[in-house]
Design a protein around this ligand. Structure first.
Ligand SMILES: C[S@@+](CC[C@H](N)C(=O)[O-])C[C@H]1O[C@@H](n2cnc3c(N)ncnc32)[C@H](O)[C@@H]1O
Length: 118
């Protein structure tokens, strides 16, 4: 989710030829980079979807996805932009609609996950 130039999508696809990967991002010029690399490397297990992740539950059926990767997402530190975080409950509730029971969400955070303010 928010795959950017698709380095992870392409890298995972190369390392796991028996699994299919779909990179999702709203920025067409970024996913073009990943899509070109996939074509040049003749990978047939990676694809890209250009959409706002806000609509992602319209792209997959129930139980269709085994793993979701969110790598280095925009941290959106401002409280007023919290709903833009790809880990916001609004997004998590959409992911739950198509993630298999027992499915995994891999998160590589850009910023610390929390700050101890005690
Ligand atoms: C900081 S970049 C991370 C790129 C990539 N995951 C990586 O590891 O290099 C965040 C990406 O998420 C995308 N993004 C953020 N919010 C999005 C949304 N609601 N719908 C689609 N893409 C989104 C941005 O377009 C951007 O390419």
């Amino acid at each position: 989710m928010g795959c950017g130039k698709g380095e992870y999508s392409v890298g995972l696809a190369k390392n796991n030829p028996n699994k299919n990967y779909i990179g999702v991002d709203i920025k067409g010029n970024r996913i073009w980079t990943g899509a070109s690399e996939a074509l040049n490397s003749k990978l047939n297990n990676v694809a890209f979807v250009r959409t706002r992740i806000d609509f992602i539950d319209h792209c997959f059926s129930e139980n269709e996805v085994s793993e979701i990767w969110i790598t280095f997402p925009d941290p959106q530190p401002q409280k007023t932009r919290a709903r833009k975080r790809l880990t916001h409950m609004m997004f998590i509730n959409r992911y739950k609609k198509f993630l298999k029971p027992g499915g995994l969400v891999h998160l590589k955070p850009t910023a610390p996950v929390f700050t101890n303010t005690l």
